[in-house]
Structure formats: C-alpha cells, structure tokens
Design a binder for this molecule. Sequence first.
Ligand code: HEC
Ligand code: HEC
Ligand code: HEC
Ligand code: HEC
Length: 368
Amino acid sequence: MTALPTKTPTKTMVLGVALVLLGGCEIGPKTATQTGYRGAGLNQIINPKLIAAASAIPEAPYPLPPEGGPTAGESYENVKVLAGLGRERFDHLMAEMTQWVAPPEQGCNYCHNPENMASDEKYTKIVARRMLQMTQAINGRWASHVKQTGVTCYTCHRGNAVPAYKWVIAEGTPEPGKVLGNRHGQNAPNPNVGYASLPYDPFAEYLGGRAQIRVASSSAFPNANHIVSIKAAEKSYGLMMHVSGALGVNCTYCHNSQSFRSWNLSSAQRGTAYYGIRMVRDINQTYITPLQPIFPANRKGPHGDPYKVNCTTCHQGINKPLGGVSMIDQAPILRGASIARAVPEGGPGAGVAVPAAFSRPAAMTDAK
Ligand code: HEC
Ligand code: HEC
Ligand code: HEC
Ligand code: HEC
C-alpha cells in the first residue's frame, strides 16, 4: 500500500517519456518500394493513407456525351480554341471547368457575362482560353513527362481559382545593389528549400529562366565548358530540395549517391524529372508570364509578375499527382494529341529513346 504513491508517478514518467520519443513518428502502416538497384538500399517509404487522401478526385458533373453532332464553332459565336469539338462535348467541358476552377457561388458567371456568353469582357475567360491551350500543350508536347496519365485543370487547380501551390519572384533583399547586406536569399529559413540555409528562391532562375542546374563545371579554369560558378551549387541544391519535397521522396529516388551527376547511374525517374523541369519552364515562359497584362494586381506578386508553376503545383507531395489517377478520359479534347513532342536539349532529336544528354552529361553542360 505504501509503495503505490511512488510507483504511479514512475509509470506515468515512463509513459510520458515514451510519448515524447514516439511523438516524432507517424502512426499507421507504411509501404516500402525499391526504386534503385537491388541491394543498394534505394528505397522509398510511403504512407498510403496520405496518398489516398490527396488522390480523391471529383465525380464528373454528368456522363461524357458521345463525340459528333454540330460543332461548338457552328453552334456558338466566339469559340477560338475548341471550334472543332462537338457542341455536347463542349458543354460538358464547360461544366467540368466550372467544377475544377470556378468558385461554386459564381459558377459559369466567373468567366461569363450571363447576358452575353460570347463576350470576352471578363479576364478570367481570356486566361481560361490560354489555359486550355496550355493544358493541351502539357499533354501533347510534354507527354515525355505526364505520359498517358496526362493532366486536366484539376491537377493544378483542385477546385480553386488560383492553385494552392505556386510561386512569384521573391520580395528581395533590403539592399539588393550592395555587396554588404545582400545575402542572396541565404540564412532565411524557408520551406521551399527544406528550411536549410540555402538561397530561398530557386524558382526565378531555374523554373522561370533556363539557368544550368549544375554544382560544378567540368573544368577548373574559365573556358568554354566553365559555364556555372561555384556559387550556383547552393542554388542548384536549393532546387533539388524543392524537387524532393514536391514529390515526397529523397534524393536517391533519382540519383545514385556514388555520383549525383552521372546519368548512367541515375534512375529512370531522373529522366522523367529532366523533362518535368523543361515542361515547367515552358508553362511559365510560354503561357503564364505573357498573361501578365491580363491579370489584375491582386493576382500578382510584389514584383508584378503572375503566379507561376513549380513541381508542387501538380505533385503536392506525391511522386505521381493524384496518386497516378488519370482524369483525362473525362475530357479527351485536353489530350492535345496533334501537338509534336518537345525535342530534348543536347539530344539528337525526336524519335530517339535516350537523348545524348543522358549518356554524356557534358552535352547538357556545353554552352550553346
Ligand atoms: C474557367 C472559365 C470558364 C467557365 C467557368 C465557364 N466557361 Fe464557358 N467559355 C470559357 C472559354 C475560355 C470559352 C471560349 C472557348 C474557346 O474560345 O474555344 C467559353 C465559351 C463558352 C460558350 C460559347 C459562347 C459563344 O457564343 O461564343 C458557351 C455557350 C459557354 N462557354 C457556356 C458555359 C457554361 C454554360 C458554363 C457553366 C456551366 C461555362 N461556360 C463556364 C470559359 C469558361
Ligand atoms: C500547370 C498548372 C495549371 C493547369 C493545368 C491549369 N492552370 Fe489555370 N492557373 C494556373 C496558375 C498557376 C494560375 C494563377 C495565375 C495568377 O493568378 O497569377 C492559374 C489561373 C487561372 C485562372 C485565373 C484565376 C483568377 O481568379 O485570377 C483561370 C480562369 C484558370 N487558371 C483556368 C484554367 C482552366 C480552365 C484550366 C484547364 C483548361 C487550367 N486553368 C489549367 C495553373 C494551371
Ligand atoms: C525527382 C528526381 C530528383 C530528385 C528527387 C533529386 N534530383 Fe538532383 N537532379 C535531378 C535532375 C533531373 C537533374 C538534372 C537537372 C537538369 O540538368 O535539368 C539533377 C541534378 C542534380 C545535381 C547536379 C549534377 C551536375 O551535373 O552537376 C546535383 C548535385 C543533384 N541533383 C543533387 C540532388 C540532391 C542532393 C537531392 C536531394 C536533396 C536531389 N538531387 C534530388 C533530379 C532529381
Ligand atoms: C502539370 C503537372 C505537373 C507538373 C508541374 C510536374 N509534374 Fe511530374 N508528373 C506529372 C504527372 C501527371 C506524372 C505521372 C506520369 C505517369 O503516370 O507516369 C508525373 C510524374 C513525375 C515523375 C515520375 C514518378 C514515377 O514514380 O514514375 C517524376 C520523377 C516527376 N514527375 C518529377 C517532376 C518534377 C521534378 C517536377 C518539377 C520540375 C514536376 N514533376 C512537375 C505532372 C506534373
């Protein structure tokens, strides 16, 4: 009896310590997939619950009508992109776009003046027309990345007018022109780069521009091959932190740590990622940035540029967006099948399975 009061706090303490220690663990089953060479320990550990939650896709507004009948071009006044599509399919796509992008309380009127559906007076309609072309380009030109799974407006928008994950040119440093005080975005903990002390804006140069993603040149002294400075190494790592976080994977999902540079040792996923980087540049440079004058001020960042796409916009923490579930059969016109595939940089051209760049890394480093 006298022992009880001393025993109980001990048990509580053990329990308390156990809770603190286990507090860092995620509860629930995990699956481990081997993604690299056998025995190399290149495993990915996944929480299937998280994937199931992120992959919930909305039900189609009504069943997809058959193709055929009078076209939208014949039936309506001001159809520029989808003129050849059957009118019933066109109407179905309008209902889907409303569900995928428009705030529910506004519905069709988010893009249309209900008195005059043909009018282009709302900026949202002009943006949506360009987004239709962009989505077709992603599925056609960039099938090297999105494969047959493809994307729809929902992959990025998920029912929001503005996608939840996007970027603009960062606010900048207080005294950008000066050497002293310009930290190049370093030591400013930011989730984009996993709270590391790396430069926090890897997007403007690598996903807005076409800067080389390299940690070092293939030569020590300035010559034709010396095209990245050592300073670029930290920025490149910053982007790699973003890529890993966006897909919910670690570095060895794509790289073999024996040599991060060697394409021969890398996984096939690194090739897919290579095309993904070029696809994102094309999305931002060809489609979104030119819409800058169309967007109102509240849809732009502190430097007046529109919100742009990075890997998280579609992936949202999963190696395949929406857990690999395809929605494109519900909107086949978005396939954009007639668009030619992009030719890899440094590669010999279309029709060749492995671009030269992959077997000869210097092909991508060569200054052009
Ligand atoms: C996210 C923006 C958006 C939403 C929401 C939207 N539309 Fe549209 N709508 C467009 C665009 C863009 C076009 C022009 C397509 C083209 O040029 O190929 C268009 C064209 C039309 C046209 C052809 C008008 C004409 O005479 O030229 C009709 C009809 C139409 N939409 C009906 C609807 C209906 C009905 C809804 C609601 C169920 C709806 N739209 C929701 C963007 C939208
Ligand atoms: C690759 C990702 C992506 C896809 C796919 C995509 N969008 Fe967008 N969309 C964006 C981003 C990012 C913005 C935000 C631009 C801004 O606000 O500065 C945007 C903005 C918009 C806007 C303006 C929203 C507003 O309120 O200002 C409309 C309308 C729109 N998209 C329609 C569509 C439609 C329709 C589709 C499918 C045909 C589509 N989008 C597919 C990324 C995407
Ligand atoms: C989803 C695939 C993927 C993941 C995950 C990934 N990388 Fe990369 N990495 C790439 C690709 C693709 C390139 C080549 C970029 C290019 O040329 O466009 C690259 C390039 C690099 C380079 C430059 C090699 C050279 O030629 O100089 C380094 C170093 C690197 N990654 C390190 C990392 C590190 C460290 C991580 C983890 C934090 C990581 N990567 C995660 C795909 C990935
Ligand atoms: C427009 C949407 C979109 C964007 C943006 C995007 N991806 Fe993807 N990605 C996809 C789709 C869809 C797939 C699935 C393709 C498939 O079914 O094999 C995919 C697949 C991948 C895979 C292969 C995964 C696997 O397990 O086979 C990698 C790696 C990848 N993406 C990397 C990236 C990187 C890196 C970026 C940013 C530079 C990026 N993605 C941006 C849509 C996107």
